[in-house]
Ligand binder design. Structure first.
Ligand code: NOJ
Length: 608
């Protein structure tokens, strides 16, 4: 099986035909989705295919699927693996290289799969191991890789390890988790929790366990006890799990909550956060707001990731060739911390730690985007950035960037930032059609427990996890008519759906498809450096993609609701432009000195 046989010929012939948006939309399927050549490759091509296998992740398009919500194939109202398999052609058409599956392992589903009770199986709600193998095989045929979510910070409290661990203080699994006596604990009194650490989902991170009379630590829900990474047996147990899935052919992993593996060994209290008046305050869960320096981003994670990278780099097989990519869920305070996640020289860690600093600015502020994009270009030692603007834990793009009037245009702006900058791009199912955040309106409808703790200030994450909107028919094509989907289909499905947008050349879907094709096929776009242009402008963000031997590309993005004109200058260029892509209604500029943009308009042109 040959996953990513994108030959140079395919790319060159595509570029020749790729001039403007119309050409982009009418052209052959995206390079990423080309079928594998039927015969063995001649030597030169075999070599380039081999390096394509190794480098597949460097300019890749990754798509997050929340399996519960993507496609239900068996009519129980819950999405499943066979549903995803049925929709692979759609993802191929979009230009996706790899799918990150949120957890599909057996789980009590308290945190909808992030509480895992068996790491080497598939939850019956989602299918079977045979369904998983078929998904991998069918995805491979389309040159799409499957990435698993790997949750190593905690397990479910129903996992056998924890069941053993909590059964007695002398059980061999006792020190697989984080058990501590309470403060002031006596034979008769459990005392207070060992310190002030809080769960990210509200209230104390310590849970009293009466049977063995100790507290256990949980960074997330009570049902998600943290494992003890100071125990070498945990390292071995997780390598065994990672190896199990690598052998099955997964293309890599997204490591969940990876910055929280370790805690302060001295167990010191977290510092209390102060507001602008110097006073402590309460968060959405009613708790005193705390910093998290004792429980997040401790240095111990680095050697662990070096160990897992070295382990996963040993996997290669003719059946599943190519790099197995390690992605980190890395919410970090600054670019220096992000840079560390790639690992020191000779000791690599993540291939792609998520850069959440660009995508979660959550405000269309030109100066901030310019600064953060510049950081990622200059301060990660030439590594590959992983840009991401959206996922299953945050309100969707409309809620964080939209203005309620120009939301589709603003999504064109955001997706341009995602795909037209250097690096790998990760986006969330439904973004490509403009699905909107649709939170529950009544507390009794909330499914995500954090929404119950935080109601009404924090309504939980149901709003960004609603069923994929495939068409305007019953249940939006997500599940059969007459079945209640696990979360309600948002009312927008009648107009915001795949079927309607696939046939509309001016749709958001068409825009995503065009940007992805450009990213995959234009050399400056695929591998060029990012150089910021017009750097004093506070309304329009402009940059250039520049690669040796390839024509440079300029990109201008209007961050405002008013038309703007920009004048760019590119050293050594005559000033003429050939339009590659522009938002609907935009015009072809006469020159670099006269780029006119409609409200939230985007222009992408090749410099002549
Ligand atoms: C991050 C995941 O994205 C989120 O959904 C989950 O609740 C926590 N980690 C805990 O696993």
């Amino acid at each position: 099986m040959n996953w990513t046989a994108i030959t140079k010929k395919t790319v060159t012939s595509f570029i020749a035909s790729c001039s403007i948006i119309v050409a982009l939309q009418a052209a052959a399927p995206a390079a990423a989705g080309q079928s594998a050549p039927p015969n063995p490759l001649p030597n030169a091509d075999a070599q380039s295919a081999n390096s394509a296998e190794q480098d597949w992740w460097k300019n890749a398009v990754l798509y997050e699927i929340y399996p519960r919500s993507f496609q239900d194939s068996n009519g129980d109202g819950i999405g499943d693996l066979n549903g995803i398999t049925q929709r692979l052609d759609y993802l191929k058409k979009l230009g996706v290289d790899a799918i990150w599956l949120s957890p599909v392992y057996p789980s009590p589903q308290v945190d909808f799969g992030y509480d895992i009770s068996d790491y080497k199986n598939i939850d019956p709600q989602y299918g079977t191991l045979a369904d998983f193998d078929r998904l991998i095989a069918e995805a491979n045929k389309r040159h799409i890789r499957i990435l698993m979510d790997m949750v190593m910070n905690h397990t479910s409290d129903k996992h056998e390890w924890f069941i053993q661990s909590r059964s007695s203080r002398t059980n061999p699994y006792r020190d697989w988790y984080m058990w501590h006596d309470g403060k002031g604990q006596t034979a008769a009194d459990k005392g207070e929790p060992p310190n002030n650490w809080q769960s990210d989902f509200g209230h104390s991170a310590w849970e009293w366990d009466e049977k063995t009379r100790q507290y256990y630590y949980h960074k997330f829900y009570i049902q998600q006890p943290d494992v003890n990474w100071d125990n070498p047996k945990i390292h071995e147990a997780f390598k065994d799990i990672v190896g199990f899935w690598l052998k099955r052919g997964v293309g890599g992993f997204r490591f969940d909550a990876i910055t929280t593996l370790f805690e302060d060994p001295e167990m010191r209290d977290e510092d209390v956060l102060l507001d602008k008046d110097g006073k402590s305050y309460r968060n959405d869960y009613g708790d005193i707001a705390l910093n998290d320096t004792r429980t997040n981003n401790l240095p111990g994670t680095h050697p662990v990731m070096q160990e897992f990278r070295a382990f996963s780099d040993t996997f290669n097989s003719p059946k599943f060739p190519g790099t197995r990519v390690l992605i980190g869920e890395t919410y970090l305070p600054n670019i220096a911390e992000l840079a560390k996640q790639y690992g020191p020289l000779g000791k690599p860690e993540f291939h792609l730690p998520m850069d959440t600093q660009v995508g979660f600015i959550n405000k269309l502020d030109v100066a901030q985007f310019r600064a953060k994009l510049n950081d990622v270009e200059t301060a990660i030692d030439g590594n590959i950035p992983l840009l991401v603007f959206d996922n299953h834990d945050n309100p969707r793009l409309d809620a964080r960037y939209g203005d309620g009037v120009h939301d589709a245009d603003i999504q064109r702006v955001i997706s341009t930032m995602l795909f037209a900058n250097r690096g790998t791009a990760l986006f969330y199912y439904g973004d490509e059609i403009g699905m909107k955040t649709t939170p529950p309106t009544r507390k009794e409808d909330v499914k995500d427990p954090v929404g119950l703790t935080g109601w009404p200030k924090d309504k939980g994450r149901d709003g960004e996890r609603t069923p994929m909107q495939w068409d305007s028919g019953s249940n939006a094509g997500f599940t059969k008519a007459g079945v209640a989907p696990w979360l309600p289909v948002p009312p927008t499905y009648t107009t915001v759906n795949v079927k309607a947008e696939e046939s509309d050349p001016n749709s958001l879907f068409a825009w995503y498809q065009s940007l992805i094709r450009l990213k995959k096929t234009n050399p400056a776009f695929a591998h060029g450096d990012n150089v910021m242009l017009d750097t004093a402008n506070t309304k329009v963000l402009s940059w250039m993609r520049q690669a040796a031997g390839a024509p440079s590309i300029v990109v201008s993005v209007n961050f405002t609701a008013e038309p703007q004109t920009v004048s760019l200058s590119v050293p050594g260029a005559a000033g003429k432009l050939k339009t590659l892509l522009k938002t609907p209604g935009g015009s072809d500029p006469a020159s670099l000195g006269q780029i006119q943009l409609a409200a939230f308009g985007v222009y992408i042109g090749q410099v002549k």
